[in-house]
Design a protein around this ligand. Sequence first.
Ligand SMILES: NC(=O)c1ccc[n+]([C@@H]2O[C@H](COP(=O)([O-])OP(=O)(O)OC[C@H]3O[C@@H](n4cnc5c(N)ncnc54)[C@H](O)[C@@H]3O)[C@@H](O)[C@H]2O)c1
Length: 309
Amino acid sequence: MSAGPDIRFDGQVALVTGAGNGLGRAHALELARRGARVAVNDVARTPDGESAAQRVVDEIRALGATSVALDGDVGHEETSTGLVRDTVAALGGLDIVVNNAGHGKPSTAQDTSTELLREILDVHLFGMFWIQREALIHMRERDYGRIVNTSSALGAFGAPDSFTYTVAKAAIVGMTRAASLDNRDRDIRVNALAPVANSGLAASYFATQPQLDTARLHPSYCSPVVAYLAHRSCELHGTTLAAGGGRVARVFTATAPGLADPDLDAESVAAHLDLALALDGMRVLGSSLEQYELLPDFGPASTTNGGRG
Ligand SMILES: NC(=O)c1ccc[n+]([C@@H]2O[C@H](COP(=O)([O-])OP(=O)(O)OC[C@H]3O[C@@H](n4cnc5c(N)ncnc54)[C@H](O)[C@@H]3O)[C@@H](O)[C@H]2O)c1
């Protein structure tokens, strides 16, 4: 079904974090196959004690592409900002960031310790924030850049026993939208990915779901969506795309006109909740400022404002 533009990255440089395994590795290989020079970050080591990032760099070089390994933990500010600088120094620029590194630990809203929430936010939210900020400074000077931040369906919809991860991934959706709106004056696109792949923590879940074809859930099925979001032709701003198993789809927050009643009180909310929740006229807003267009026009409020103070 493919008939779109040729998606190539010749002459461009990409940084992919957490690319020693799973989704990040697949994204790094996809970008390299399409001509990008790729900086591969990871914190992990293989069972033989080798750098996981270097192992992927070796795979990329075997394809005839240029790549460097940048070992380091994105959960530290100096390391994260250093990754951007080291990519520019080693590969001569930075056009694409795929913020992918992450891990998770189960916990509930009621049993999560402050330390655990901080640990997960440091890697997912702050790691992506530090790299994104440093990259945006570089990209704004050159009036070009593409950033893909890895969120999750959990960030949009939640899941039980995944409190810290859900909080972090939801924050990444907000961070992506805010960064996108702050950079509409440049040829910079910041978007998010909500992948599904048989890798990382998800692998243990899929092991309990024999009805799913896990071969179809190989991480490489998500990478075409990353390649599109990373490409010059990408038209999206602040959008989250679900990807995996051959599916790509928008994940969005929307609002609707809802219930309009000049005499709205708690009783009318309870009585007409169906109207308040109705999706008729649903809109995905470009920014929160557009919500004011949905306010009902009841004419001027009385001077006493119905006794509402
Ligand atoms: N697999 C899924 O279905 C799924 C679903 C939604 C979101 N995600 C997200 O996709 C991303 C990749 O997940 P995956 O399934 O490929 O996991 P994975 O465990 O297979 O790979 C993640 C890689 O990130 C690296 N990493 C972890 N913490 C790091 C850190 N602090 N600094 C540098 N590298 C670090 C790990 O060493 C590992 O190589 C994560 O952000 C994850 O939350 C995955």
